[in-house]
Write a protein that binds this ligand. Sequence first.
Ligand SMILES: [Zn+2]
Length: 180
Amino acid sequence: MPHDDDLNRAAWERCNHLVQSWLINSVSDSIAQTIVFCDTALEVWLDLKERFFKIDRIRIANMRSSINNLKQGAKSVLDYFTEMKSLWEKLSSHRPIPNCSCIHPCRCVASRVAKTLMNEDQIVQFLTGLNDQFLVHGYPNVNKPSPHANTACQEDSENGAMSSSGSGASASSPSAGFSQ
Ligand SMILES: [Zn+2]
């Protein structure tokens, strides 16, 4: 916080007030009542962080286990994919992949590699939960370059593998997208 006689003080106070009201307006009334007397946005932030960090860890662990336990079962491939994708999105909103902080241009490929690995994990997870009829050789070939999970699902759909109650004949090559 700048000193009282600092020229930036007024601007700082405006910003602080703005951020503080964003924070207060983003939480429920009962939580807002407990942070409304904090002096700065930073204090509010640290207070909330301390309170919710542990809860968030538990939530992340729960999301991971939901993802691991999700199976296609009686769902169509599309419904199964949609459900899994929404879990992935929830998980990555709680634990996003860190962004590269290299000064432009990026020399490390860390975030690109992390995204590729995450994408591969997602594809394997998706295929693992698919009903057996969609797996040709028992397990997908994941050593070759993988397309995006979206593409994988789309190709499944185009191959006519949309229905979980299909005869199985239509599931000729669900892993086609993974083994080009
Ligand atoms: Zn970088």
